[in-house]
Design a protein around this ligand. Sequence first.
Ligand code: SF4
Ligand code: F3S
Ligand code: FES
Length: 248
Amino acid sequence: MGYQGNFRVWRGDEDGGGLEDFTVEVNEGEVVLDVIHRLQATQAGDLAVRWNCKAGKCGSCSAEINGRPRLLCMTRMSTFTEGETITITPMRTFPIIRDLVTDVSFNYTKAREIPSFKPPKDLAPGEYRMQQIDVERSQEFRKCIECFLCQDTCHVIRDHEENKEAFAGPRFLMRVAELEMHPLDEGGRTVAAQETHGLGLCNITKCCSEVCPEHIKITDNALIPMKERVADRKYDPVVWLGNKIFRR
Ligand code: SF4
Ligand code: F3S
Ligand code: FES
């Protein structure tokens, strides 16, 4: 049975905006994106929203629902009560383009700062050999759909524009960890993780892992192991001595 739902949607652009109230029909089995589409079709034809697959796989429809970073297409209306007012706002960490659409180019800049996979020079592509356990480790990280909800929620940059320069964010620290854990990678990424990508700014609050729609254990399986590698490198006397001798 359908009902009339109460919605509060942020509307505006880079110059400013605010929340607007709407009453929109909600039908059984719908997700928040269905309601946004009905709002566009019936009352707000120029409402800007980014989406593509409507299946939780393209990572386009990221926004905040009642202040929580979520995919609009994967948030079921049945998780709310009928009388509740549902507030939908754009991701707070990124600059507004219009309405629910933000400029996520920060993330592409950070992606470009990470040097690509570096296999041993004398190894031809067909000669790569990996243990299954190493394959599985990186496969978890490769489930990422680049929705950037983890980047949006991380307090290091959420209300701290000044940290953006020095911090790659959980999604890209995870990418550094993925490459560092690859048995064939010779990129030597621990120093860069700490000094270039800002791993030290992460104080393992785990909010990134909590909002990930792919349920990737970003903190436990990527960030903490990476911090351990950085610590090993710093405090292992053999590594320390090796650095002293060979890195003059
Ligand atoms: Fe989205 Fe998870 Fe990838 Fe972060 S790690 S961008 S939350 S899928
Ligand atoms: Fe941020 Fe996740 Fe670390 S939310 S502080 S990157 S554990
Ligand atoms: Fe693709 Fe929501 S529309 S993840």
